[in-house]
Design a protein around this ligand. Structure first.
Ligand code: TXA
Ligand code: MG
Length: 323
């Protein structure tokens, strides 16, 4: 199907991707249509192994090589200078391209059988929550995708960490499955923490990863009281109850117990947001985890889920103004 220009949803260790042959401009353009996403949005090219990196990019620095060797297969995406094989449709017109080797047996089997690169953004509609099961993909994209390859529940649950490796010092563009601490240990020096309050990166926007329900972030010790107040005011409140308050009895429409481990929290984050939508909540009350380890990626996604909602046109305008 990939060879015939089809769209194949595939599992990865982070989230499900909506895949197309990276060298087929028409198929890549169809991804953008199916996702209802602005065409300026750059995509990630998935490859079978670090050995193929030079087929897709140019000017790979020693640092980029080190990161690829250290973290691939795994939830790390490297942004490097685009090679001639990558069509501009896949990069949103940029001269750089994002590449990663996913750590999932089904994805790797598909990629090595196919032989080429597979361009795959998360398999959800623009702005909504990424899918972590094949059922999520079917529910959201239905027959707009030609085939859904079911590889079970995603182990990591949040998207890959994106690192711009075009310069001498790598920059984290999006926190994700590889933690900042792991990157710093591999590099041997400290990295700047990305700010989640401003959009500088193409395709990163405050209202990404949002469920239908409005998300409100409060201090952990205020979650119970704020949720109960909103419920009394007539909202159908969904709660992300912090582990420290797991034993507190409370009244709400639906309660999700936040796991104490950030790995378990990351794995369940998107599924829980979807579940609260499915149960008809109109408001979700949550708090931010400590921004250490995977907590940084979780906090980034929760902030964005709570961010202002813009439609595709407003999004384009905001992006142009660098808002
Ligand atoms: O874990 C993941 O990364 C998942 C799985 C399917 O691999 N994919 C994913 O793709 O999250 P997507 O399209 O939802 O996010 C890709 C992000 C874009 O939002 C953009 O910010 C960044 O990658 N990106 C891609 N190419 C870039 C480039 N050349 N320069 C800067 N950022 C880029
Ligand atoms: Mg996405």
């Amino acid at each position: 199907m990939l060879r015939a220009g089809g769209l194949v949803a595939l599992p990865t260790e982070t989230v499900y991707g909506l895949g197309a042959n990276a060298e087929d401009s028409a198929a890549v353009s169809r991804i953008v249509q199916v996702k209802e996403r602005p065409p300026s949005h750059p995509l990630i090219v998935h490859i079978a192994s670090a050995e193929h990196l030079d087929d897709w990019v140019q000017d790979v620095s020693a640092t980029a090589r080190l990161l690829a060797e250290h973290f691939w297969p795994g939830p790390l995406t490297l942004v490097l200078r685009r090679g001639p094989r990558v069509p501009l449709e896949a990069t949103g017109g940029l001269e750089t391209v994002a590449v990663r080797v996913p750590h999932h047996p089904v994805a790797l089997a598909l990629l090595s059988a196919f032989g080429g690169g597979v361009t795959a953004p998360s398999a959800n509609r623009f702005g909504s929550v990424s899918p972590t099961t094949a059922d999520h993909v079917r529910a959201e994209l239905g027959d707009r995708v030609d085939f859904v390859l079911d590889g079970g529940r995603c182990e990591v649950g949040v998207e890959s960490t994106i690192v711009d490796a075009t310069g001498e010092i790598p920059t984290v563009l999006r926190p994700g499955g590889v933690t900042r601490e792991d990157l710093e240990a591999a590099l041997g020096y400290a990295l700047a923490v990305p700010s989640t309050s401003r959009v500088r990166v193409p395709g990163q926007h405050p209202s990404h990863y949002a469920p239908r329900a409005r998300v409100v972030l409060v201090e952990p010790e205020k979650v119970v009281a704020e949720a109960e107040l909103a419920q009394e005011l007539g909202h159908r409140v969904g709660v992300f109850l912090p582990a420290a308050f797991a034993d507190t009895p409370m009244k709400a429409h639906a309660v999700v117990a936040v796991p104490a481990s950030t790995a378990a929290y990351a794995r369940r984050l998107y599924g829980s947001l979807r579940e609260l939508d499915r149960r008809g909540c109109d408001l979700i009350v949550a708090s931010l985890p400590t921004e250490e380890g995977l907590g940084l990626a979780i906090a980034n996604r929760l902030r964005r889920a709570a961010g202002p909602r813009l439609n595709v046109f407003e999004f384009g305008a905001a992006e142009q103004q660098g808002v």
